[in-house]
Design a protein around this ligand. Structure first.
Ligand code: HEC
Length: 124
């Protein structure tokens, strides 16, 4: 039952491609400027302010906004169920890196996990 529901949710492929395409293009542009400057390992992205959910809109959440908005909307994060704890968010960050190739430096994983857990990991 659950599985069929999940598959139905994933079906509108063209819609998802439409949402991801401009962001993928932005990432490629970032990669270009990174190559030119030879700067930091992580790629960051600055989304339009009005697309940043309130719970992540302050300066303290900047690392998550910069590293988690390049491929999809931040709603992907804020619509996850609350109360899942730090391990859920660590697994999520690692999945983005391992499965989807997110350009996140290993040294940033702990800080991102702590920030995600503080903002989204607690119940309520
Ligand atoms: C390199 C691209 C990329 C980056 C950067 C990225 N994600 Fe994702 N993320 C994806 C893709 C692709 C999906 C699956 C999209 C879909 O199925 O519609 C996804 C889905 C998700 C989901 C939904 C549940 C799941 O596992 O599919 C969550 C939660 C999530 N990302 C969290 C994050 C967080 C937290 C960060 C920052 C640490 C992040 N993402 C950065 C590519 C990325």
């Amino acid at each position: 039952m659950m599985r069929a529901a999940a598959r139905r949710h994933l079906r509108p492929l063209s819609h998802r491609a439409h949402r991801l395409a401009p962001l993928a293009a932005a990432l490629i542009l970032c990669a270009g400027s990174l190559g030119a400057s030879g700067a930091a390992w992580s790629l960051t992205y600055t989304p339009a302010p009005e697309t940043v959910p309130a719970i992540l809109s302050d300066e303290g959440a900047q690392a998550v906004v910069a590293q988690c908005s390049g491929c999809h909307s931040l709603d992907y994060l804020t619509t996850q169920p609350r109360g899942k704890g730090a391990q859920f968010w660590r697994d999520s960050v690692n999945k983005m890196i391992a499965v989807y190739g997110a350009p996140i430096a290993p040294a940033d994983i702990d800080a991102l996990t702590a920030l995600l857990d503080a903002r989204l990991g607690k119940a309520g």
